[in-house]
Design a protein around this ligand. Sequence first.
Ligand code: PLP
Length: 374
Amino acid sequence: MVVPAARIVFDENDRAAVADAVTEILSTGALTLGPWTQRFENAFATEHGASHAVALASGTAALEVILRTVGVRGRDVVVPAVTFYATAGAVLHAGGRPVLADVDPATLALGPDTLRAALTPDTAAVVLVHIGGLITPDVDALRAICDERGIPLVEDAAHAHGSSFQGRPAGTFGLAGAFSFYPTKVTTSGEGGMIITESAELRDEARIYRDQGKGAFTANHHVREGASWRMSELNAAVGTVHLRRLKEFVETRRRVARRYDAALADLAGIEPITEPAGCRGNYYKYVALLPHGVDRARFKQALAEDHGVRLSGEVYDLPLHHQPVFADHRGGPLPVAEDVCARQICLPVHSDMTEDETDQVIEAVAAVHRRLAG
Ligand SMILES: *Cc1c(COP(=O)(O)O)cnc(C)c1O
């Protein structure tokens, strides 16, 4: 049996619900900015305890629109070095300068000290990323540092559908949260993104930006440098149907993670990134650091070839300051980011993962650990 690196879960009921929705959408001809988009926005806002939600074409567009609304052009935006390209890419698209910051090794997120070290007199915004769906217990301290200086905190919550800290959902800790519905994310719309916010003003701006900067849906005057960032009704239907499964998916993923926690505790030198007190993560990824000196490529190869266990991609194997495209934004060395990127692996977690699959992963990791790290 092979445990795949990723599995996208739409059961028969969900496929039928999407098929019905597609038939309806094609028969009415309302293909964009229609009732399904509104339904998806309302359901997503409710799920995350937010007052407003705006659906967009991608998570990257969601981030860019928030940053454009804040107004970061020509100014600095703090971004952790341990994140996906798009977090810093959105800053560039919005005309800002990413300032890459180091991270806390316990959470892979910005910490109060790494944030302070990256602030400049011209910081326009700070982007916090919930790596693997885990929310740092420092989130309120980070917010306080931003508030003291009047800098908006933005969440890149692309990993964090349904995650919470002290009962407060991802996306609600700062000015706004940006989510992605790329196929690998915990719930998907095929492609898509969502902004959630308490700010009615930001909601209105986001609606303008996503539709070519038009002042109104039917008007032809353009008041912002917007773009084609709408979500199609077809994607909104897929996203609405999938979102109904979020709680169940998170339960399953958390059950798998508890088994991995227990198993990895017995393996000398392996350091799982564990959930801090108060955090209830969605386990978009289960991250663990290999012991120093263990060859990650060999470890992964042995898991795949000898045990049929394929690991998903890391989050992330190269810190952003080492990505060629950010060469101009390279500050000093960021030692924690470099270390956690070099040593991490992500064990497979699927929204419908079986006990047998979980057992197979645990046995495989223990066997390869004995051979390569014992
Ligand atoms: C997936 C992802 C994004 C981008 O989302 P898209 O929908 O692919 O544009 C942004 N940030 C992080 C951390 C992501 O994982």
